[in-house]
Design a protein around this ligand. Structure first.
Ligand code: FPP
Length: 237
């Protein structure tokens, strides 16, 4: 049997928590609770599959527009996850990093993020990139600002700017995304990791995030295996 190719960097837009709960006559927050359980399960599974980098969209810069009750619930869920639920990921030797703007987040959440990053910074078995208060256009604009500052300060020359050095100015210097998964039947990128997504294969499924499981992850990897990745070139016969 031919061996499965495993994507190096998988990114997930975990969509459909609210609908999952509403379909059951429950509050949207119940769906987020279930969504957090799914993330715990999937974050344990991917590294066993030898996927090296997992990026997840946990909270966008637009999500602040939601009701205060929902935003507060999500922030508490993050706190619980960073202080306790992601112990299993730490035990696997995975490095946890965060992408996003530091503005608007409470000191409590920022401290839990710092603690998690500090405790896992030397881990080498994989990278878990959690995007909170994140927007892809913001990430690119912030990188452009830092590059301009370095040019003005004489640290680099304009002629030094290229795509791989630009990558180093992003929130984190991550490898390109190989596979993007979006759940819940929506076919959008929603301002997620625009720079890293340049040649990503896209996998959309109708499954709502709380119902996504190891079997669904396997289906996404199988689909990735059928793709013919040419990066703009022509495949040699
Ligand atoms: C999108 O579904 C989901 C979110 C905005 C939140 C994602 C958060 C989690 C999965 C919780 C766990 C995360 C961590 C890092 C512990 P939606 O609410 O937009 O669903 P809908 O489209 O059905 O309304």
């Amino acid at each position: 049997m031919e061996e499965l190719k495993v994507p190096n960097h998988v990114a997930i837009i975990m969509d459909g928590n609210g609908r999952w709960a509403q379909n059951r006559g429950k509050k949207r927050t119940f769906g987020h609770q279930k969504g957090a359980d799914t993330l715990k399960k999937i974050s344990e599974y991917v590294y066993d599959k030898n996927i090296k980098v997992l990026s997840v969209f946990a909270f966008s810069t637009e999500n602040w527009k939601r009701d205060k009750e929902e935003v507060d619930f999500l922030m508490n869920l993050f706190l619980k996850a960073f202080n306790k639920n992601f112990e299993s990921v730490k035990k696997k030797g995975v490095k946890v990093i965060f992408s996003g703007l530091k503005t608007k987040l409470s000191d409590k959440v920022l401290d839990a993020m710092d603690k998690m990053s500090e405790e896992t910074k030397d881990n080498k078995n994989g990278i878990f990139n959690i995007c909170i208060n994140y927007g892809g256009q913001d990430e690119i604009a912030e990188a452009a600002k830092k590059i301009c500052t370095d040019v003005v300060d004489g640290k680099i020359k304009t002629s030094d700017i290229n795509t791989s050095m630009f990558n180093k100015y992003l929130f984190n210097d991550l490898p390109p995304i190989d596979l993007l998964i979006r759940t819940s039947g929506e076919y959008r990128i929603s301002n997620f990791m625009l720079y890293q997504m340049a040649y990503a294969e896209m996998y959309f499924t109708d499954v709502l995030w709380p119902d996504f499981d190891e079997n669904e992850m396997d289906k996404a990897i199988e689909s990735f295996n059928k793709r013919d990745r040419r990066y703009g070139g022509v495949k040699k016969k």
